[in-house]
Design a protein around this ligand. Structure first.
Ligand code: FE
Length: 344
């Protein structure tokens, strides 16, 4: 009985030595610690491609935006975080205001990303539009050509939209503030609330489903949720899409509101060079195409060719030209205005 036990111990020892022999090699591989609040499975391919190109391993920590920001703050100077990537200008602004980011200082990023799509400390890498969707059988598209139209009395009990506290709506409110000022935006928000078919609940896809089901006539949604349904192979999704009409809002005035997905380098990044390289990769033609083809977003870099049948079917549109930094700066006020208007 003694011999097998010794053999077992030797086997364990051999295993341990083998693992130790691997350690220096593992440490030698350059790494990037990415804190991600993007919630899309297709991003795996985007990051794997970066590792393939650069040899830099991406250690990804997924979490909700607020949790990740809190975590980086708590970790302080010893935080392993190199990059924070997230969706929504307001959240990027919040992270920046919390002092999390350092200046990007990359001439490549400045040459690739339009000035309106970046700030000194963070950059946008993709955009998504906030579109108006209507029930084709019951709503005249002429009634819903602008965000301002959503306040009209004829849409009483027709409108479905998610919570006013959600960053996607706060960013829209921030754009309204930039174009109309505080008093007019509050009056608009009150009228929008008065048109609700039901209390806000669920995400954008739930609003699309509610329109298809006839629970409401009109909804507001991010374009990529719609594109996702358009590309779905499920018959029930195709059924939803068939019943919906889509409007690019405000084509004759200030353009359709767009929000962004973006990232910044953490002030205490242990791997700053890798972090900048990662952001530069996100602005490459190849990565930009991933955003479009994988997650139905639009590239921020001009002239990138994309192959996305849903985005093609939605067609071209005029986007709001408001600089993203200015938009982000308005979101705190948008929250106060929506609170006063009762958009919970
Ligand atoms: Fe989303």
């Amino acid at each position: 009985m003694l011999l097998p036990r010794i053999e077992k111990s030797i086997a364990v020892l051999v295993c341990l030595l083998a693992m130790l022999a691997w350690l220096p090699a593992a440490q030698a591989q350059p790494v990037l610690n990415l804190y991600s609040a993007r919630h899309y499975q297709t991003d795996d391919a985007l990051y794997a491609n970066f590792t393939r190109q650069t040899g830099i391993k991406v250690n990804r920590l997924d979490g909700k935006e607020e949790e990740l920001v809190e975590r980086i703050r708590n970790e302080g100077a010893s935080s392993p975080a190199d990059v924070l990537i997230t969706v929504d200008a307001a959240r990027l602004e919040m992270a920046d205001k919390a002092g999390l980011f350092q200046p990007l200082g990359s001439a490549w990023l400045e040459s690739r990303i339009p000035a309106a799509m970046r700030t000194p400390n963070w950059a946008a890498f993709s955009t998504r539009a906030r579109v108006i969707v209507y029930h084709k059988a019951s709503v005249n598209p002429a009634w819903v050509q602008t965000y301002e139209d959503l306040a009209a009395e004829r849409l009483k009990n027709q409108l479905c939209v998610r919570s006013g506290a959600h960053p996607y709506n706060l960013s829209l409110g921030a754009a309204m503030l930039a174009h109309h000022g505080e008093a007019a935006t509050e009056a608009w928000a009150r009228a929008v609330v008065a048109n609700f078919a039901r209390s806000p609940k669920g995400g954008d896809t739930d609003q699309l489903k509610a329109v298809a089901a006839g629970e409401c006539g009109v909804a507001i949604s991010n374009s990529y949720y719609l594109a996702r349904l358009m590309r779905s192979t499920k018959p029930e999704d195709a059924q939803i899409v068939r019943s919906l009409g889509v409007v690019w809002p405000n084509q004759k005035t200030w353009g359709t509101h767009v929000n962004v997905s973006g990232a910044g380098v953490i002030k205490t990044a242990p791997h700053r060079a890798a972090a900048i390289r990662f952001l530069e990769y996100l602005a490459s033609d190849e990565a930009q195409a991933y955003f479009a083809d994988g997650n139905n977003e639009w590239p921020v870099v001009q002239g990138v060719s994309i192959k996305n049948p849903a985005l093609e079917a939605l067609g071209p549109f005029v986007a709001d030209a408001l600089p993203i930094g200015q938009l982000a700066g308005n979101t705190a006020l948008a929250q106060r205005v929506f609170d006063r208007a009762g958009w919970r």
